[in-house]
Ligand binder design. Structure first.
Ligand SMILES: NC(=O)c1ccc[n+]([C@@H]2O[C@H](COP(=O)([O-])OP(=O)(O)OC[C@H]3O[C@@H](n4cnc5c(N)ncnc54)[C@H](OP(=O)(O)O)[C@@H]3O)[C@@H](O)[C@H]2O)c1
Length: 290
């Protein structure tokens, strides 16, 4: 029988640990961590993600600031806001919620965020340091996944890991983290140009899907007893739900779960871990000022 990797539960555990440290900081008269988020436009998904991040800040006792900018904001105006936050000492870390409107370069914005405040871990300096094994802020989703594996005592040393997807925010950084000394997995990354994906996936001890293609991973792609981590979150139309859509993962859960030893659900698996990783990075940023 498979076990569910309960990201919501682990995230609550980590939030309690962070909240305890925040209370101790308060009692000691130290600075309270402050996370700011910039939201440009009103994309439904982004609104939800940012709202969850702000709520998580409240839960652990952080200060938070949400800066809403209209869709019509120019690239220069947004860069100006980023520079303002870079030099605002009261803010320990901040994020610019992606995706951005088409007329704004995400790369330019990411590169303008001060590396010391880049709690999403997307800045080239932070990615470079991670690559060299000297991470400051590890990208939130990859870190959340490694933390899930660690807290569920899932062995990685010598394990064959297959990651589907090579994005700069999930697949690629995750492949680096899992192949690091001390984690010691043997990692294969597959993508849209890979051949024989099904056969490669079916050799994995740990299979991680991060592509944004609902129900892509089928039972024939999964080895008996494998651990399956589903990063995908796509809004799929659903007439029976109140919102009219359902968050759907990259894994065909009902077909795949019976073959697994462990599997993450969507929602409630990787998603909550991404948010706590962001909180953790903000706490680290704040601690560095002590
Ligand atoms: N739960 C969370 O907290 C969280 C956080 C981040 C992202 N996500 C979700 O994770 C998913 C991936 O996000 P992302 O930002 O990494 O996506 P992305 O930037 O769109 O990258 C998708 C990757 O998947 C590959 N791919 C797409 N279709 C494929 C196929 N049919 N076969 C093999 N590979 C395929 C692409 O290959 P090419 O490189 O060849 O194009 C690309 O490398 C999305 O659903 C996103 O919403 C969730």
């Amino acid at each position: 029988m498979y076990k569910i990797i309960d990201g919501k539960h682990i995230a609550s555990e980590i939030k309690r640990e962070i909240a305890t440290e925040v209370s101790e900081r308060k009692a000691a008269g130290l600075k309270i961590p402050h996370l700011a988020a910039i939201l440009v436009g009103n994309d439904g998904g982004s609104e939800t993600y940012v709202a969850h991040k702000v709520k998580a800040c409240e839960e652990v006792g952080f200060e938070s600031t949400l800066i809403r900018l209209p869709d019509s904001t120019s690239e220069e105006e947004l860069l100006g806001k980023v520079r303002e936050l870079n030099s605002d000492d009261s803010v320990d870390g901040f994020i610019v919620q992606l995706p951005l409107p088409k007329h704004i370069s995400e790369e330019k914005v990411t590169n303008t965020i001060a590396a010391g405040k880049d709690v999403d871990g997307f800045h080239p300096e932070n990615l470079g340091k991670m690559m060299l094994g000297a991470p400051v802020f590890v990208s939130a989703t990859p870190f959340g996944i490694t933390e899930l594996l660690r807290r569920y005592d899932i062995p990685t040393a010598g394990s064959r890991v297959v990651i589907i997807g090579r994005s700069n925010i999930v697949g690629r950084p995750l492949s680096i983290l899992l192949s690091m000394k001390g984690v010691d997995a043997t990692v294969t990354v597959v993508h849209s140009r890979s051949k024989d994906i099904e056969a490669i996936c079916s050799e994995a001890d740990i299979l991680i899907a991060a592509i944004g293609q609902p129900l892509f991973v089928k039972a024939n792609m999964v080895k008996e007893g494998a651990v399956v981590i589903d990063v995908g979150t796509t809004r799929v139309k659903n007439e029976t739900s109140k919102s009219g859509w359902k968050l759907t993962g990259d894994v065909d859960f009902d077909a795949v779960a019976p073959k697994c030893s462990y599997i993450t659900p969507v929602p409630g698996g990787v998603g909550p871990m991404t948010i706590v990783s962001l909180l953790r990075n903000t706490l680290l940023a704040c601690r560095m000022k002590d």
